[in-house]
Design a protein around this ligand. Structure first.
Ligand SMILES: C[S@@+](CC[C@H](N)C(=O)[O-])C[C@H]1O[C@@H](n2cnc3c(N)ncnc32)[C@H](O)[C@@H]1O
Length: 238
């Protein structure tokens, strides 16, 4: 779905989902799953956490701000929060800010995340305060952790956000199926909102994504992907 499609077809509050194997959401609009079918939680650890050199960087303490393109089911948030708690960061605060065009309903989040017993506590804590009709800017405070979900097109959300980011999870469906989430304009906005020394990581390895990130100013590195995927990308803001 392109920006033009969305302008011509006013966006709905949610996207049409199919459920594969009972608890694996699939977006009909984008023709893609929300995470890898092997194990989305382990993929999050490999791609987004390790790719951004986390949890190691948390040991510096203070507030660490993560930006994410595409909140989806909240799997990345829950797994990151789980690892944050495990890391027991002294005097640390985590702010996880995610940009999402089609926020899911609590029941959908619950259905998807119930797949992983490892994040039972985080799933329950997320679903309980999740609004019935998610819209606008959603701020939820947990113990030492703040979740912000900015509903709307990522490009507008990132360009207008007040936050600066230490790390980015770029998670906007396959680049071939959703090129708007990987556009030069959006990658530039991501770079502009990143602190010096900040990083990004993504499972995407498409040439145009790599070029857009490099043109924005990131020093981009290719690493082995998750579960046999040949490559993923990570990078630093010098
Ligand atoms: C691969 S899924 C994200 C999975 C998610 N991180 C998780 O933990 O479940 C991609 C998400 O990007 C959202 N999305 C697609 N295009 C968007 C856009 N232009 N702006 C903001 N969100 C978008 C979709 O609605 C979907 O939830």
């Amino acid at each position: 779905m392109t920006e033009t499609d969305l302008r011509q077809n006013p966006p709905t509050a949610s996207q049409s989902l199919e459920w594969h194997a009972g608890d694996m959401p699939y977006s009909v609009e984008f023709g893609d799953h929300f995470y890898c079918r092997t194990d989305g939680r382990l993929e999050c650890g490999h791609v987004f956490l390790s790719g951004n050199r986390l949890p190691a960087r948390w040991s510096a303490g203070g507030t660490f701000t993560i930006g994410e393109l595409g909140f989806g089911t909240g799997l990345n948030f829950c797994e990151t929060w789980r690892q944050w708690k495990e890391a027991q960061v002294p005097d640390g605060r985590l702010h996880f800010v995610s940009f999402e065009r089609f926020p899911m309903r609590a029941g959908e989040i619950d259905r998807a995340l119930a797949h992983w017993r490892e994040i039972d506590a985080e799933r329950r804590a997320l679903v309980a305060p999740w609004p019935d009709a998610p819209a606008g800017r959603i701020d939820i405070d947990f113990d030492g952790v703040r979740l912000t979900v900015v509903c709307g097109m990522a490009l507008q959300g990132v360009a207008q956000t007040r936050e600066s980011f230490d790390a980015w999870f770029l998670d906007g469906f396959a680049p071939s199926r959703n090129p708007d989430m990987w556009s030069q304009e959006l990658m530039q906005a991501v770079f502009d909102k990143t602190v010096k020394g900040g990083t990004f990581a993504t499972y995407a390895a498409a040439g145009f994504v790599r070029r857009n990130l490099a043109a924005a100013g990131f020093v981009v590195e290719r690493l082995p992907g998750f579960a046999g995927k040949r490559e993923m990308l990570r990078g630093d803001k010098p």
